[in-house]
Design a protein around this ligand. Structure first.
Ligand code: DCS
Length: 276
């Protein structure tokens, strides 16, 4: 079963038109949410961001957030999902192909669950990252279906055997292709401030809350590639990667090439929060 607007239906029964604007223009927005032991993690924040993203591009959700929340719970229950993810998206729907918004549109909302264990091995050992230019548009705060910039960055990383691409605009570090980036220097945590240049990650919010509890000083300010290279520790955050240490940067070790103490402290706090 999958989610289709306000109902749960069989996947085979869903028909998306070839002129759906999501398919032709990437005209829509999405969310990826974690399920831990059958519980949806930080659902309210994800729903708020979903509505925000949709509003920013003038899409009215075809269901209320309450109904959506209800259906997401039904979907998990139906699949007896204990650990994994829910993906959901809304597009502006079908209209004869033409760039401006159609006079009348019927947004199409779809969602499905994926079973996936937490990436415990890479969280323990850390991952490789490369640095690449941020080629994306200037509204990265919208979780848009248009992911070509991110796809190209991630592909470049994959071709170099790395997990993530850290992006920069004119030498200022923004975020990963599908994650937010944190740097530790002198036991202080640095990350790019919210705004149009990054996505306001839900895991980013969680890490900022945990840092406050652990009395780790946080500086939400842009930093440069030079500073990135001088980092004591680097890690990325996302729904799928949680707190993920970065141990090499463009093939060179970050400090001694193992996950750092502050990163591990935040990882432990994150695990404790989700009950693992
Ligand atoms: N920045 C970008 C560009 C992202 O795509 C994501 C999440 C994040 C930051 C982190 O946000 P969350 O902490 O809310 O996940 N990307 C999703 C994705 O496409 N797959 O998994 C998560």
């Amino acid at each position: 079963m999958i989610l289709y607007n306000d109902r749960l239906v069989d996947r085979e029964d869903v028909r998306i038109d070839i002129e759906d604007r999501g398919y032709q223009f990437g005209d829509g927005v999405y969310e990826v949410v974690s399920i831990y032991e059958g519980e949806i993690f930080r659902l309210q924040e994800h729903l708020t961001r979903f509505e925000y993203s949709a509003n920013q591009i003038g899409i009215t959700l075809p269901v209320t957030l309450e109904k959506l929340q209800d259906n997401l719970h039904k979907l998990i229950e139906h699949h007896q999902l204990s650990n994994g993810q829910i993906y959901f998206q809304v597009t502006r729907g079908y209209a004869p192909r033409n760039h401006p918004f159609p006079e009348e549109s019927h947004p199409v909302l779809t969602g499905y669950v994926t079973r996936r264990p937490r990436p415990v091995e890479s969280m323990k050992n850390g991952v490789a990252a490369i640095i690449t230019e941020d080629l994306r548009w200037l509204r990265c705060d919208i979780k848009s279906l248009n992911l070509l910039g991110s796809v190209l960055a991630k592909q470049k990383a994959a071709e170099q055997g790395a997990f993530e691409a850290i992006q920069h605009r004119n030498g200022t570090v923004t975020e990963g292709s599908a994650s937010n980036l944190f740097m530790v220097r002198d036991n202080k945590l640095y990350t790019h401030p919210l705004g149009n240049l990054i996505l306001g990650g839900i895991s980013r919010i969680v890490v900022l809350e945990l840092a406050a509890k652990l009395n780790i000083e946080v500086i939400e300010a842009p930093f440069s590639l030079e500073e990135l290279h001088q980092a004591d520790e680097l890690f990325l955050t996302s729904t799928t990667s949680e707190v993920m240490p970065i141990v090499t940067l463009d093939g060179k070790p970050v400090k001694n090439g193992t996950p750092g103490a502050v990163t591990k402290q935040l990882q432990e706090a994150f695990s404790a929060l989700i009950g693992f």
